[in-house]
Design a protein around this ligand. Structure first.
Ligand code: ATP
Length: 585
C-alpha cells in the first residue's frame, strides 16, 4: 500500500470530530489495506509501532527532528525553528517547508506503508553510540522521498505527536464495520481486545478469520490482560445496596504496585498496571512465585508491597520506589524486602478463569498459593452488614492499607472495565476531602527563592477521553520535597516543548510546556468551578471548568499509569457531583 493513500486518509480524519464519520473513514482505510499490512497500518494510525506492552517507543527528540527537517529542506536550522514556532506543530512546519523544496525530489521513489513502518521501527530500536546519526539519516531519507503531506504525518509520528483522535474503541468500531458484518459486532472485538490488547492482532484476525476468529481470541500466558478496575462509593451502606443487598466480599486495598504475573514453568514475567514488562524491577517476585505457587502455568494478580521484615508490617508506597533502579538491585532487594499479596487468578493450567465468578477464582487462588511471610492472600471478609465492612476498613487502615476494595462475589473478571463489580472504599470519601487523583504534568512555572533554577509550580491536566485531549485542571506548588524539586525537571526534560503541545487545551500559559507523559498523585481539599481551567468546561455550568482547591502533591509519582490512565474528566465530573450532593451547592 502506498503511504500517500494513508496520509490522505489521515488528513481527512484530522478534520473529523464526529465518531460515526471517523469510523466510516477508518473502515475504508482498513479495507483498502492488504491483510498482511493491516497490523502495521493500525499501529501507525495510533502513532505506535507495536502494542504498548512490548515497550517499543516512538518519540524522537524535537531537536533531532528539526535537524532532519533542516537537512531535507536545505534550509538553516534557524529558519526551520522559526517556522516550527510559527505553526506550533512539527508536522505542519514540515509540510510548509517541504512544499517549497526544489524540483529534484519530485522524481523520488514514493513511499510505501511498509517502508515508512520499517524505517520508523529501525529508528525506534536504535540506541547507543552512533545511533543519533543513524536515526537522522533514516528520517531524512523518508522526508526526501515523501510528499509534503506525507512528511507532515511522518514528522508527527516519529516524535510521538500523531494525534488523529482515533481512540482504541473507534478502531474496533471500524474493524467491526469493515470485517465483522457491522458495528453491532463491536462488543466481540472489544472483548477480544480486552483480553489480548494488541489492536493490530485483533484487526488482522477480524480481517482474515472473521467473527469466528475474533471469538477464538483468548487469554494467553505472556500477553497481558487489561486490568479490571474499581468504581468508588462513599459508604459501606451504599456499596451493599449497589451490589443488591446480598453478602459481598471486602478485601484490603493495599498501597503498593499492581502486578499481573504470567508464569510458564520457571519462566515468570511481570506486567504493570499499564501493561509494561517490569520483571526486572522485582527479581525476587519471580523466585517467590516459583517457590510458593503450585500452578506451573498461571496468570495471577497481586499487589506487591514493601514490608518491615522483622514485624511483617506493610510500609508506605514510597518505600517501593527504592526498587526502581538499574544498578545495585541485589542490595535493594535486601534493603527493601517486599511481599506479594495475591488477589486474583485469571488462568490456571489450561483453564481461562476470567469467565468464572470471583468466589471460584478466589478458591483457585487459595489452592495455588502457599501462604508465607512473603506470599499472602489479600485479607478478605464476606458479609452483608455495612457496619462489619466499616469495621474491616478501620482494621485495614490500622494495618497500613488505603481502605478496601469491595467485590461482588458473583462477578466475572471484567477485563479493562471500571464498573461497580469492584468498589473502592476509603476513609477520605466520608469527609469533604476528595480522593487522591492522578494528574498529568503539562507545564512548569519557574520558581523563586529556594526554588530558583527549578520549577516552583506545575500545571496539571486531566484526560478528556471523548475528545482525546488533555485539559488543564490545576496548578500545584505544595507538597514537593527538595529532592522532588530537583528530580522532576530531569524526568520532564525529554518532554519539554517550546509551544503548546498538540492535544493540550489550556488557557493558562506556563513558562515551559510538557508533552503529556508524567503522572503524579494529588490530594485536594475539594473540587471547585473555575473560569480558567478547561477541564469539564461547560459540563457543570456554562463557561466554567472544574479545578481543585488547595491541591498538594502527595509525593507519589504514578509511573505505573500512562497519561491516558490518569483520572479522567468523566471521573472528575462524577466526583464533583458526589461532592455537591454531600456538602450542598
Ligand atoms: P488508585 O489511584 O486509588 O490506586 P487506580 O486508579 O490505580 O486506583 P483502581 O481501579 O481505581 O486503580 O483501584 C484498584 C487498584 O487498587 C488496583 O489497580 C490495585 O493496584 C490496587 N489494589 C490494592 N488492593 C487490591 C485488591 N484487594 N483488589 C484489587 N485491587 C487492589
Amino acid at each position: 500500500m502506498n503511504y500517500s493513500e494513508v496520509a490522505s486518509k489521515y488528513a481527512q480524519l484530522e478534520g473529523i470530530s464526529g465518531r460515526n464519520e471517523m469510523t466510516k473513514v477508518l473502515a475504508e482505510l482498513l479495507k483498502a489495506a492488504p491483510k498482511a499490512e493491516l497490523a502495521q497500518l493500525v499501529y501507525l494510525t495510533q502513532g505506535k509501532l507495536r502494542p504498548d506492552y512490548e515497550g517499543v517507543e516512538l518519540g524522537l527528540a524535537e531537536k533531532l527532528a528539526l535537524r532532519a527537517l533542516a537537512s531535507a529542506s536545505g534550509l538553516s536550522q534557524e529558519k526551520v525553528y522559526a517556522t516550527y514556532v510559527k505553526h506550533g506543530d512539527l508536522g505542519t512546519a514540515a509540510e510548509d517547508l517541504l512544499s517549497n523544496r526544489n524540483q529534484g525530489t519530485l522524481f523520488s521513489e514514493g513511499l510505501t506503508l511498509r517502508r515508512v513502518y520499517e524505517t520508523l521501527l529501525r529508528i525506534a530500536k536504535q540506541s547507543g553510540s552512533g545511533s543519533v546519526d543513524a536515526k537522522l539519516k533514516e528520517l531524512v531519507s523518508l522526508l526526501n522521498d515523501g510528499s509534503p503531506l506525507e512528511a507532515k504525518f511522518i514528522m508527527r509520528t516519529v516524535t510521538g505527536q500523531l494525534r488523529l483522535g482515533v481512540a482504541d474503541y473507534t478502531v474496533l468500531d471500524a474493524a467491526a464495520t469493515a470485517f465483522l458484518g457491522g458495528k453491532e459486532a463491536r462488543g466481540d472485538a472489544e472483548r477480544a481486545y480486552n483480553v489480548h490488547p494488541d489492536l493490530g492482532h485483533v484487526v488482522e484476525t477480524a480481517a482474515s478469520k472473521g467473527p469466528k476468529g475474533i471469538g477464538e481470541i483468548a487469554v494467553q500466558v505472556g500477553v497481558p490482560i487489561r486490568p479490571m478496575l474499581a468504581e468508588r462509593l462513599s459508604s459501606a451502606a451504599d456499596i451493599v445496596r449497589k451490589m443488591g443487598d446480598k453478602p459481598v466480599t471486602a478485601e484490603y486495598k493495599l498501597d503498593g504496585e499492581r502486578l499481573q504475573i504470567h508464569r510458564v514453568g520457571d519462566d515468570v514475567r511481570l506486567f504493570s498496571r499499564r501493561l509494561e514488562v517490569i520483571t526486572s524491577h522485582y527479581p525476587d517476585a519471580g523466585d517467590l512465585v516459583r517457590k510458593h505457587v503450585s500452578a506451573k502455568r498461571a496468570i495471577l494478580e497481586a499487589e506487591v508491597v514493601a514490608i518491615n521484615e522483622d514485624t511483617g508490617e506493610y510500609l508506605p508506597f514510597q518505600e517501593l520506589m527504592h526498587r526502581r533502579r538499574k544498578h545495585g538491585i541485589e542490595q535493594a532487594i535486601a534493603d527493601y524486602p517486599v511481599a506479594l499479596n495475591f488477589f486474583d487468578m485469571l488462568l490456571a493450567g489450561q483453564s481461562d478463569l476470567t469467565g468464572k465468578p470471583y468466589t471460584v477464582r478466589r478458591k483457585r487462588l487459595e489452592q495455588a498459593v502457599e501462604q508465607t511471610d512473603r506470599t499472602r492472600l489479600v485479607p478478605a471478609k464476606t458479609t452483608s452488614a455495612p457496619a462489619d465492612i466499616e469495621g474491616f476498613m478501620e482494621e485495614a487502615i490500622a494495618n497500613g492499607c488505603e481502605g478496601l476494595v469491595v467485590k461482588d462475589p458473583a462477578s466475572t473478571y471484567r477485563a479493562g472495565a471500571r464498573e461497580f463489580a469492584w468498589i473502592k472504599l476509603k476513609r477520605e470519601y466520608r469527609s469533604e476531602l476528595t480522593d487522591t487523583i492522578d494528574l498529568v504534568i503539562i507545564g512548569g512555572f519557574h520558581g523563586r527563592g529556594r526554588r530558583a533554577g527549578n520549577y516552583g509550580t506545575y500545571l496539571l491536566g486531566t484526560f478528556d477521553g471523548k475528545r482525546s485531549i488533555y485539559t488543564s485542571v490545576a496548578k500545584v506548588g505544595t507538597g514537593f520535597s527538595d529532592e522532588d524539586l530537583r528530580k522532576l525537571p530531569a524526568l520532564l526534560k525529554p518532554f519539554e516543548s517550546h509551544v503548546k503541545p498538540p492535544g493540550v487545551e489550556s488557557e493558562m500559559v506556563p513558562d515551559v510546556w510538557f508533552r503529556p507523559h508524567l503522572v503524579i498523585e494529588i490530594i485536594a481539599a475539594e473540587l471547585t468551578l473555575s473560569p480558567i481551567h478547561t477541564a469539564a468546561m461547560g459540563r457543570v455550568r456554562p463557561g466554567a471548568g472544574i479545578s481543585l482547591r488547595f491541591p498538594k502533591f502527595t509525593g507519589k509519582l504514578r509511573d505505573d499509569k500512562s497519561p491516558e490512565d490518569a483520572t479522567s474528566v468523566e471521573e472528575i465530573v462524577a466526583m464533583y457531583n458526589r461532592q455537591t450532593k454531600k456538602i450542598g451547592p
